[in-house]
Each structure stands twice: as C-alpha cells, then as structure tokens.
Design a protein around this ligand. Structure first.
Ligand SMILES: [Zn+2]
Length: 225
C-alpha cells in the first residue's frame, strides 16, 4: 500500500478561512438545523437533492432517514448506532483520495455531520477510479479548525488488487454498496471538492476537528486532476 498522507493533506492552509462558529448549528436533528449544500462538477452534470421517500431500496432508505434524524451534534458512530438493527455492527469505513485507498477503519467517533445526508446525482458522466468526477460542494459552515470529508454510500466500488493484514485481495467490484469517506480539498473559503470514483448516491459532508499540530501545518501537495 502506498504511503499514507497526513490527514491534513489537501487542505490549503494558505487560504483565508472565514471563521464561522460551529455554535451557529442550533440543537435539533440533522435535517432542519444544518444547511443543504450546493454542488458543481468538472464534467457531466451534478445535482444534490433532499432525501425523499422511496428514493433508495428500503433498507438503505431506512438507514439514511435514520441518520438524518440523529441529533445535529451526534458523531457518526452515535448516528449509525441509532440505525443499526440488533446484531449489526458499525460499518467499517475506509478513506479514499483521488489516488485510491488512504486509510482503513476510520474512527467514526471523531466525525460529525456538516450537512444532512442528501442524494447526489451525477449524470452525463461515468466516474471511475481512473476517470473520477470532481464535485465541489458549497459549505458555509467550514472553519479552519476542521477537516471536511464526504461520507458516501458507494455502489459498484472497484477495488484494485490490494493487501490487508497480509491477505491479498484480487481486483474486484464490491457486490454490495459500502459507506466510505472521500478526502476533500479546500477550493475557497466556503467550498470543498471531492473526487467521485463511482456514480453519486447518498452523500453527506462530515468533519473532524483538527489537532493543534495539524492546524499549524501548511500543505503544498497539489493533487493532479
Ligand atoms: Zn467507492
């Protein structure tokens, strides 16, 4: 596996970040207290829609509606625990950048919602790992002490051959959808972008608070489009 980049990578610290207080997020559930975001893409067309009844197959629909009913301040771990059925385990979420897998088994207890779960529709383009679609989200609640990610329910994720704990996994396409995290880059003071390697679907902007060390970092790594 290639070298892991620091969690802070991709965020241009040089950008002047408007400091909006996270306290503006009033108490209440995720839907209703956190703004929807707007999107644009580098190819094809993208649209972000609020979740409506029967948008997805029943089980997934229940999970998404459940996540959106979680308290706005809930961590992803707390939100997923609310929707788990008896005997079900928390999803194991991996972090992807435009270059592929960055990190396995993300700690869901460190992540909170920055937007509700919404439905991202990518049309007139077929994103793949080799030819991803860059989607830019407007997020007015981004501050310089948080790291933003996209929580994405990925359908048809194509895994290249990789090794986990010494076991070799051949190239394959995930049979079932998987929850994953996509790294974002700060495009401007209130825009973040992420590369989608599969068709859209359920997405939410989520964030992790930066450690003091990361806040002081400057990042010069440019990710090729
Ligand atoms: Zn994927």
């Amino acid at each position: 596996m290639k070298k892991m980049r620091k969690a802070a990578a991709g965020i241009a610290a040089a950008a002047v970040v408007m400091s909006m207080s996270m306290n503006t997020l009033a108490a209440g559930s995720i839907v209703g207290s956190i703004d929807m975001t707007k999107v644009e893409s580098d190819k094809g067309k993208v649209e972000l829609k609020a979740i409506e009844p029967e948008m997805f197959e029943e089980e997934l629909q229940e999970i998404i509606e459940g996540l959106n009913k979680a308290p706005a301040e809930a961590t992803l771990k707390e939100a997923f625990e609310l929707v788990l059925k008896e005997g079900e385990e928390l999803p194991k979420i991996e972090l992807f950048s435009v270059e592929g897998l960055e990190k396995e088994d993300i700690d869901l207890d460190e992540l909170k919602f920055l937007s509700p779960v919404m439905n991202l529709e990518i049309t007139e383009a077929e994103p793949t790992e080799e030819d991803p679609v860059k989607v830019t989200f407007v997020a007015n609640n981004v501050t310089d002490d948080i790291e933003v990610y996209v929580l994405h329910y990925c359908i048809g994720h194509k895994f290249p051959e990789h090794i986990v704990d010494g076991k070799v996994y051949k190239e394959h396409i995930a049979e079932e959808g998987i929850w994953e995290l996509l790294e974002t880059e700060l495009e401007s003071e209130n825009e973040v972008s992420a590369y989608f390697h599969s068709a859209g679907g359920p997405v939410a902007l989520v964030y992790m608070e930066k450690t003091e060390e990361e806040e002081g970092e400057t990042d010069t790594t440019e990710v090729a489009p």
